[in-house]
Design a protein around this ligand. Structure first.
Ligand SMILES: NC(=O)C1=CN([C@@H]2O[C@H](COP(=O)(O)OP(=O)(O)OC[C@H]3O[C@@H](n4cnc5c(N)ncnc54)[C@H](O)[C@@H]3O)[C@@H](O)[C@H]2O)[C@@H](O)CC1
Ligand SMILES: [K+]
Length: 516
């Protein structure tokens, strides 16, 4: 499903109104009605239910007046609070404010301290609060009276329904503009906004409903929108269908190069991740001294010893073997637990530019690419990189905080510059392609913030590529499946979830998407 930035949505609205001739009040009417339908579902019935509608001066407030009219018509008890003066309301919002004034609805401009008291009392005795203060038109930071009102709404402790986007959440990046309304649910118009899915915005949005407001589909199609929310049907459409007569050879060969002394777990997790994603044959190449321990850990994975340095990491002498092993495989995943010695770093850099098969680069393979990202364009196939925010920060030279606050743009820019598919892990995982297309993954949970889950993801993506999926599809599908497996594993407890639980849940996640 496509997701629009605030600027794109404004342009879509403009074209719908000015080029297609759909009056703005019609769109506003559709938007307001869609919220009322959702409120009815939420409240069971509208008659006699109490609603406080907090409206701003813009079109988001305008939606609020439409909502007020329909709620009142259906017998609900409605109070409207306007932050600012009625005289400041214009355009379509003004039309709808005038209507509810003529209907003699209870409308209060909040200005004196007495008004604030009235608003606070009403909010604490209402059944539901409708947040129509700020929508996609929010600019800069929220402060002063607006911030005070948002904090008051949050303090009321009532279920809040946000109109389009919780007031104070930045639609594009999910940033909190100083303060924001914490909603139980958000009804968003036309297309979802990335900020509803990215954290911290996602936490404030609650349950998200995307609703049609009558914008012609051609307007959206003509916009070349490059943000997407990954949906189960997108993944279903690209997952390989297993041939009933399949044998292990038909489901691809995965090579995992991973591990160093003391870091055998990461290697095992990545190799098993590939198997759990359905890969036919998985070979784990690791430093020779890890062979015994890996052979004990892994039953179904073949292991190959690599020449190693004294410290227990892959040595440069292993490069020829690694290239030869990769030549017999459909994909190479490299990096988990390999360590950061200079020898290993050089071996990794030489190998990834020499092999012909698709690549998944993770963990220490990313560490050793800092300062060498130019090598990525020398890889035979578009590589998939799976950095966590710390690795991304190191590779880009940004702070971790900046990486997390602008996940879409930073990942998109990195993918373009490195000519790679970049998977920025963490809540929410973002996948970007060099052409600027970006996918936000909605699956996963906080229980997955534990050691080894990233190694599993590397294996899952590689395992999907091995089965014939393109690196593009495998990166997007891989993060979705990985997150879904996390959600399935979390059903028996989110805290204490381990990467092993996640591994075991991957087949159930696949089954949930594909039904087999
Ligand atoms: N015709 C359209 O464009 C449609 C717009 N719709 C609604 O309109 C919204 C967008 O409307 P607008 O563009 O009028 O913008 P908003 O209504 O989201 O916000 C604009 C208002 O907020 C104030 N404001 C902005 N940043 C602020 C801050 N940091 N602190 C305090 N006040 C701030 C502005 O001064 C202005 O009064 C959408 O989110 C949606 O709810 C829907 O009615 C559908 C049709
Ligand atoms: K809002």
């Amino acid at each position: 499903m496509k997701a629009t930035t605030a600027a794109e949505m404004r342009e879509i609205d403009r074209i719908a109104i000015h080029e297609y001739g759909i009056p703005g009040v019609v769109l506003m009417e559709n938007a307001g009605r869609a919220v009322v339908r959702q409120l009815e579902v939420l409240a069971g019935q509208l008659q006699e239910r109490r609603f406080c509608i907090f409206a701003g001066k813009g079109n988001n407030g305008g939606d609020g007046y439409v909502i007020a009219r329909h709620l009142a018509n259906q017998g609900a008890k409605v109070k409207v609070f306007l932050l600012g003066e009625k005289a400041a309301v214009s355009g379509d919002a003004r039309i709808n404010l005038d209507i509810i004034e003529k209907m003699n609805l209870d409308i209060l401009e909040i200005s004196s301290e007495r008004d604030w008291d009235k608003a606070r009392v009403a909010a604490s005795f209402t059944d539901y609060i409708v947040d129509a203060l700020l929508g996609t038109g929010v600019r800069g930071e929220v402060s002063g009276e607006m911030a005070r009102l948002i904090d008051m709404i949050n303090a009321a402790g009532k279920p809040v329904v946000a109109v389009d986007i919780p007031s104070g959440v930045d639609a594009d990046a999910g940033r909190i503009c100083g303060t924001a309304v914490a909603a139980a649910c958000t009804i968003t118009f036309g297309l979802p906004k990335p900020g509803l899915f990215l954290y911290p915005g996602a936490e404030y949005a609650g349950e998200i409903t995307v609703t049609d407001i009558g914008i012609p589909a051609a307007v959206v199609a003509g916009q070349n929108i490059k943000q997407n929310i990954v949906m189960a049907e997108n993944v279903r459409a690209v997952l390989p269908r297993r041939n009933p007569a399949a044998h292990k050879g038909t489901n691809g060969r995965t090579l995992v190069i991973a591990g160093s002394r003391g870091l055998s777990g990461a290697a095992a997790m990545a190799a098993e991740g590939a198997l759990r994603a359905g890969a036919g044959l998985v070979t784990l190449a690791a430093p020779a001294s890890l062979q015994d321990i890996l052979a004990t850990k892994l039953t179904e994975v073949m292991t190959k010893p690599l020449s190693e340095i004294d410290a227990g990491g892959i040595s440069r002498e292993a490069v020829a073997d690694m290239i030869e092993l990769a030549a017999g495989c459909d994909v190479l995943a490299i990096g988990p637990g390999i360590g950061r010695s200079e020898d290993t770093a050089a071996a990794v850099r030489e190998t990834i530019t020499a092999v012909e098969c698709p690549l998944v680069l993770d963990a220490d393979a990313l560490y050793v690419l800092a300062g060498f990202t130019g090598l990525l364009t020398e890889c035979a196939a578009l590589p998939v990189l799976t950095p966590h925010p710390g690795e991304m920060a190191r590779l880009t030279g940004h702070s971790i905080q900046l990486v997390n606050s602008d996940r879409i743009n930073i990942t998109r820019k990195a993918a373009g510059e490195w000519g790679s598919i970049v998977v920025l892990k963490g809540a929410r995982t973002v996948v970007a392609f060099p052409d600027g297309e970006v996918y936000i993954n909605p699956t996963g949970n906080a229980g997955m913030a534990t050691g080894g889950t990233g190694d599993v993801l590397t294996g899952v993506i590689a395992g999907l590529i091995a089965q014939g999926m393109s690196s593009h599809d495998a990166a997007v599908a891989g993060v979705y499946i990985h997150g879904l497996a996390g959600n399935i594993a979390a059903q028996s407890g989110m805290v204490g979830l381990t990467a092993t639980d996640l591994l075991k849940a991957v087949p159930a996640a696949l089954y949930g998407i594909n039904n087999y």
